[in-house]
Write a protein that binds this ligand. Structure first.
Ligand code: HEM
Length: 489
């Protein structure tokens, strides 16, 4: 990768990136085992108390979202460090807060059995609890620490894009879009595609973090002093603003690696276009307001907001489908694409994003949502674009780094095995959720009505195949890293 950084700066930047990536992968590995155990429990292969199921479900949900967030943050931080100066110490502080928060959450769930689901929707953390009050406090404080780390990272990114590209006007590419001739004649160039991901993550991230802290502090106050009453509709709006945007931004951060990686594999150039800039302006707005679709069932919600939620959900798919995915397909079309694990992961991630996105837009359609709401259709679509989208983007980026540094790629046999594991095994796992959702099996049930258990069994077989592929991926990553180390030495 071409860079103006000297070797010392480059290795410091890489250290930050690997710290984040490895942390994300480590949490992911633990959480996937918990996910597997939940699916086996729903299938009746193993048995534990429903309370244990709900506690593990809470840990799996918050753990997975944090895992992909941390990994994507490391990737994007590194990409922006190649653009301009960023203080590593701030990145480590942000990482430290996130890790401290994650530890508090783990203690709250494993020692305290907190189990109000990762969305901690008021008043669930406080009523009908089987866990002690301290566990609620640990969980809320843990999430607040993660949010503080996230805000520190977002603020650093915001400072980075604003100073590097000339304020909001420059970072958005305003003059490039509206005064293109004068802009180009002055010899200026718009920010690169990955900078748009950084801008959107930073702006929406600061907004998300602020809203998250407001509801978080309100819940902590209620925990300390239960006489302070919270309005449930207000709480739900703030909680889902935070949760929806935070989870979504993980994809938009990780896709920055695809913007940089795919052209390298396809041996083509990829620059910012007017369409790309405008698409990211759309994403900036839609990510923030699409969350209203989580409140369709809340009859007290202002009606206009329901329509805004539906419109924003539909509109948010346009930048993704038309610009990022179509643009990447055009890069591959008739190119001398080099297929390796890195490029396969990136390409597969785009497919997963689109497929899961379709499922999500269907669910965000009000008449369809009346049937699919709180069924397993919901985990079906979000597992598709998280597991087969953002996780693949991050793996793609990681393997691109390893392949470049080792000068080596995995054999065709390994690529086939991994592909089969991810798309065969992963597909079977997801299909279990989709069919059960379409059949009306509710989500978040430790003991499911038929045909839930049968489909959970089928899905568990898919998870086993996927886990085998993941072990192969781990072995390959270690092998390539060892070659890279030998080469550097
Ligand atoms: C093969 C890997 C995985 C397995 C076996 C798995 C399994 C599960 C299961 C069984 C549930 C509960 C579904 C229900 O009945 O409502 C669940 C929920 C969830 N999963 Fe996964 N999962 C996997 C990967 C992921 C990934 C990669 C992510 C995100 C990056 C993720 C995020 C979540 C979230 C946010 C929830 C919702 C938790 C809640 O309702 O509070 N999962 N998962």
């Amino acid at each position: 990768m071409t860079t103006t950084l000297d070797p010392r700066e480059l290795s410091a930047a890489r250290r930050v990136m690997w710290t984040y990536l490895i942390t994300g992968f480590a949490i992911f590995a633990l959480m996937i085992l918990i996910g597997f155990s939940m699916r086996m429990e729903q299938a009746g292969w193993i048995a534990y108390a429903p309370q244990t199921f709900y506690s593990l479900m809470t840990l799996h949900g918050i753990g997975m979202i944090t895992a992909v967030a941390v990994a994507s943050m490391g990737e994007l931080w590194y990409l922006m460090r190649l653009e301009t100066v960023l203080d590593e110490r701030l990145a480590y502080w942000a990482w430290g807060f996130i890790v401290a928060g994650a530890i508090a959450v783990v203690i709250s769930v494993l020692a305290g059995q907190f189990g109000a689901a990762w969305t901690f929707l008021y008043p669930l953390p406080f009523v009908g609890t089987w866990w002690p009050s301290w566990a609620t406090g640990f969980y809320l404080i843990g999430v607040a620490l993660v949010t503080i780390g996230w805000m520190m990272w977002c603020t650093q990114m915001l400072g980075c894009v604003l100073s590097r590209y000339g304020g909001f006007r420059g970072a958005l590419g305003w003059d490039y879009v509206f005064h293109r001739r004068a802009f180009e004649q002055s010899g200026r160039t718009p920010p690169p595609p990955q900078a748009y991901a950084a801008l959107v993550a930073a702006v929406d991230g600061v907004l998300t973090g602020t809203i998250g802290m407001i509801i978080g502090v309100a819940l902590i106050v209620h925990w300390i002093s239960p006489s302070v009453v919270i309005d449930p509709l207000w709480a739900k709006n703030l909680t889902y603003f935070f949760g929806h945007a935070f989870a979504n931004l993980t994809i938009y951060m990780a896709v920055a690696g695809v913007y940089v990686g795919m052209p390298r594999y396809a041996d083509r150039e990829y620059h910012t276009s007017v369409a790309l800039a405008v698409a990211w302006w759309g994403t900036l707005v839609f990510v923030a307001i699409a969350y209203f679709h989580h409140l369709y069932m809340d009859f007290v919600q202002i009606r206009a907001l329901q329509y805004i939620g539906e419109a924003a959900s539909y509109l948010s798919s346009i930048p993704t489908a038309l610009v990022t995915v179509y643009g990447s397909l055009m890069l591959v079309y008739r190119s001398r694409m080099r297929w390796s694990l890195g490029s396969l992961f990136m390409f597969g991630g785009l497919v997963g994003w689109i497929v899961g996105g379709f499922g999500a837009v269907l669910d965000a359609t009000i008449p369809i949502n009346s049937d699919l709401h709180n069924t397993l259709w919901v985990p079906a679509h979000f597992h598709t674009y998280l597991l087969e989208g953002v996780v693949l983007f991050v793996l793609g980026w990681t393997f691109m780094m390893l392949e470049e540094r080792s000068g080596s790629i995995s054999s065709a046999a390994v690529r086939w095995l991994v592909g089969l594991g991810f798309f065969g095994g992963g597909g079977l796992f997801l299909l279990g959720f989709y069919i059960a959702g379409a059949e009306g099996v509710p989500r978040r049930y430790a003991v499911q009505p038929a045909p839930g258990p049968e489909l959970s069994g089928l899905a568990s077989v898919g998870v086993i195949i996927l886990l085998i592929a993941l072990v192969i991926v781990l072995v390959e990553a270690i092998r390539l890293a060892a070659i890279a180390r030998r080469r550097t030495a």
